[in-house]
Design a protein around this ligand. Sequence first.
Ligand SMILES: Cc1ncc(COP(=O)(O)O)c(C=O)c1O
Length: 420
Amino acid sequence: MVEKTDTGSWALRDLAVIWHPYTQALTAPPPIPIVRGEGAYLYGASGEAYLDAISSWWVNLHGHTHPMIARAIADQAKTLEHVLFGGCTHPQAILFAERLLALLPGYSKVFYSDNGSTAIEIALKMVFQTSDKGLLSFEGAYHGDTFGAMAAVGKTHFNRPFWPYLFPVDSIPPPEPGCEEASWAAFEKALQSDRIGAFIFEPLIQGSGGMRLHSGEVLARMIHACRERGILTIADEVMTAFGRTGPLFACSRLGIWPDLLCLSKGITGGFLPLGATVVKESIFNAFLSPDPARALLHGHSYMANPLACAAANANLDLLLRPECEEARQRIERSHQRAKSKWAGHPKLRRVDVLGTIFALEYRVEDASYFNPLKRRLADLFLQRGILVRPLGNVLYLLPPYCIQDDELERIYAVIQETLN
Ligand SMILES: Cc1ncc(COP(=O)(O)O)c(C=O)c1O
């Protein structure tokens, strides 16, 4: 039983025993203790409310503690909490895989894991075990923090301490507005090298790289070109899937489905960790052999955990309701109205909207993840009771789909304050 303690005491106790991610402990403010969540809000120990404008690192889709998902997990916990997935299976994992494949044309197998980075690692192993060629990726991408996922993006300021340990990749600029031709030219040149066995990308928008949009048309041409040359394509939909960009999957906007699809984050509606690497039949078949050593020798203790799969099934029930699609469209309309108000503003380099994602880049001299503006912005929003986590000078909103128009207006009003 967690005893009642005020917000300040929790923060001090945390600092004594916990090492937090992406945090320079010497200079960072103490963490915000959260003891409860409901709908679009998180609550501190003393009852203070924070509007979660970023869905708690983009995972929460329908609001915190949604009763349908909570009930599905509780029911499952009374039936089967966990079973190893090597040599065993269970109904929730089978049901979710069947439902996922019914939504994804041309795919035939789901390989489960337990987070976005592992979904990527698995895709990379699937590719590298069957090809001795290298990887092509977009500059500015982010695919996770494990070694393969780090290597996939090339050498960046994020992974600098690990450069000597990362395998080499070819990186090309993404087809961002105004750079489509340069991106295509770099793509063609990379393919001519005959070094490329697979191409990995975040479809339509690079998330951690600064919520940067690129052309779906050019990306689709790249996927077609890869297919013609037998190069495998891997879509990292860890952020974009489950309605974030409007439709259930960002790839459905491309008109062509890549060979491998990596999923996580919103997959359980933000309740429990789960990852999935979804593949076409040909990928699966390449591992079939009388030799047991040619199987994909990869697994995780908690992969396909029954509680997580039960959450994923309940999450999908909610996602497939027409009200959910309407909510996503309403959020997009609201973002578009805000965008039209600020487009061309002298203090802004860009304002972008893609589905439920809203991104705004402030004009600064050193445009990077480490720009101190992020702290000032986060502090101001926090004072107004709103939780955001800017990427350097890029402020973004990725709200849960249950957020209401007046709550979005509250957030836009603070953005306006930053511009005044
Ligand atoms: C596009 C993308 N891929 C992979 C990951 C890694 O996911 P996880 O943090 O669950 O390991 C992230 C996380 O932000 C992501 O945005």
